[in-house]
Design a protein around this ligand. Structure first.
Ligand code: NDP
Length: 477
């Protein structure tokens, strides 16, 4: 074990105030690969004070958008240049296949920074014409110190989704990454400093959630925004902390993505995207298409091809370029997913394919025959396990999708434009993908309904959240 990752506070990489550390375990060989500073309330206080000072006194919020834009673009360049180190850090922390980390997460992380830097630099306020004695306009002022709390499944990418708009709009940030994926956050903050982003603007504190750095950060009276991605129950706790200090909060929470395949779907396209939706990142995706609803006419053919494609996936060492399915992210998470695997038959389901693999690995698993009430269909499993349920009519498909307490996203495969439009309008979810999956446009709203979240981010939605919109009313004498 050679790697060490500290907090980044006020431009320095530092150890914890109390000198505590924790180890990050590589989920493939189950050995520690890095030592990480283990922070708590004193470290959060230091980081928030640094961010507060950088916001209240420092140059960052006072720069022009163009100046910030150029520094953030330099940061994005460094992310690409150091992509291999960032990708390997996520792979070793949480078992993400390296090819996916390098091919998807690194470029998307850089793209998030570039997009929000450009978006802020190009944004305009509004003028409200009234009469010749008044001039009214709106401006978007930086909100202040942003607390960002991220999960482990797309570590650097989801951190950038929060940090990028926060920085672009002139805020300062304290980021708490997940304990299972600390390394890339430290690397990102090192690169931000190297790019010339001033000390105290982007701080990172490692630690756990409850009774630790996460809780201390969300309860701090000196923060102005909380942006959180994680489980729905954690979201409830964080919303309560935010309510206490009346801090605006954005919650991107769990999901149970539904995927409707109609009889008239292009079956090659449907199988390819559905496999991608179900098993990318070993199924540890909030948007994963883990509930497959297949119209009865196409079911036998679709199932045959889907199961064959699932069985063809390469399971193994996430560091190998060919690996598509790695281990689950941690012992605790494997134990949780395994409980679902072990109880499939007890819940009335049958396994079409899938088995326990070596270590913390479960191969792509397809279940049939579950009743609507089965926990496997109602709860977020967050692993490579999908259920396949037949349906007959459009109304039935819509009802099944909307029966979930989650409402993050849905996919639909059909060649009928009318069906696509009508069904998209009836689904109670934040994003609908038709004949595709995971194609993102950063201008579009992203977030969930029901237990999947509160608020939207992306484009102008991020601007609304990370700024204080202000109206200025002048009387002209
Ligand atoms: P958790 O909710 O367990 O943790 C998320 C983050 O919150 C971690 O940094 C965690 O720290 C921290 N945390 C936990 N408890 C508290 C607390 N009381 N106060 C402050 N911080 C706390 O989620 P996971 O990391 O397990 O991530 C998986 C979840 O994230 C899934 O439900 C998934 O659907 C969801 N997700 C949602 C997305 C979306 O866009 N809607 C995108 C990606 C994931 P620690 O790790 O140390 O416990």
């Amino acid at each position: 074990m050679t790697e060490r990752y500290g907090h980044i506070i006020d431009g320095h990489e530092v150890e914890s105030t109390l000198g505590h550390q924790f180890q990050s375990i590589d989920p493939y060989d189950q050995k520690p690969w890095a030592e990480v500073a283990f922070g708590g309330a004193p470290d959060v206080d230091r980081a928030v004070a640094a961010a507060r000072h950088a916001f209240d006194e420092g140059p960052w919020p006072r720069m022009t958008h163009e100046e910030r834009r150029s520094l953030i673009h330099r940061f994005a360049d460094l992310i690409i240049e150091n992509g291999a180190e960032l990708a390997l850090a996520d792979t070793r922390d949480m078992g993400k296949p390296y090819a996916q980390a390098l091919g998807n997460d690194v470029p998307r992380t850089a793209a998030n920074f570039r997009f929000f830097a450009d978006h802020a630099a190009l944004a305009t306020g509004d003028v409200y014409p009234r009469d010749d004695r008044h001039h009214l306009y709106s401006s978007y002022d930086p909100a202040g110190v942003v607390a960002a709390i991220a999960p482990w499944n797309f570590p650097m990418m989801l951190e950038s989704w929060k940090v990028a708009p926060a920085l672009a709009w002139g805020n300062t940030v304290v980021l708490k990454p997940a304990e299972d994926s600390p390394a890339s956050a430290t690397i990102l903050a090192r690169l931000a400093l190297e790019a010339g982003i001033p000390a105290g603007v982007f701080n990172v504190v490692h630690g756990y959630g409850p009774d630790s750095a996460g809780q201390a950060l969300t309860e701090s009276p000196f923060i102005d925004r909380i942006t959180f991605t994680g489980e729905s129950n954690t979201g409830r706790v964080i919303a309560a902390a935010a309510a206490k200090n009346l801090v605006p909060v954005s919650l991107e929470l769990g999901g149970k993505g539904a995927n409707i395949v109609f009889d008239d779907a292009d079956i090659d396209n449907a199988v390819e995207w559905s496999i991608n939706a179900a098993f990318t990142n070993t199924g540890q995706v909030c948007l994963a298409g883990s509930r497959l609803y297949v119209q009865r006419g196409i079911l036998p053919e679709f199932k045959r091809r889907f199961v064959a494609a699932a069985e063809a996936m390469v399971v193994g060492d996430p560091k190998d370029d060919s690996t598509q399915i790695g281990p689950l992210s941690s012992d605790e998470h494997y134990t949780k997913v395994r409980r679902y695997f072990d109880s499939i038959e007890q819940a009335g389901g049958s396994i079409d394919t899938g088995r326990l693999g070596d270590g913390w690995t479960i191969t792509p698993t397809v279940i049939s025959g579950l009743s609507e009430e089965a926990p496997h269909l109602r709860e977020e499993i967050f692993g490579p396990i999908v259920s396949m349920t037949p349906f007959d009519t459009v109304d039935e498909a819509v009802r099944l999708v909307n029966a979930s307490p989650f409402g993050l996203n849905a996919m639909m495969f059909t060649e009928n434009l009318s069906t696509a439009h009508k069904v998209a309008g009836r689904l109670r979810v934040g994003t609908v993908w038709v004949n595709c999956f995971f194609i993102r446009d950063l201008r579009a709203p992203f977030g969930g309904a029901g237990d999947s979240g509160v608020g939207r981010e992306g484009g102008n939605f991020s601007r609304e959240f990370f700024t204080e919109p202000k109206a200025v009313v002048m009387q002209l004498n």
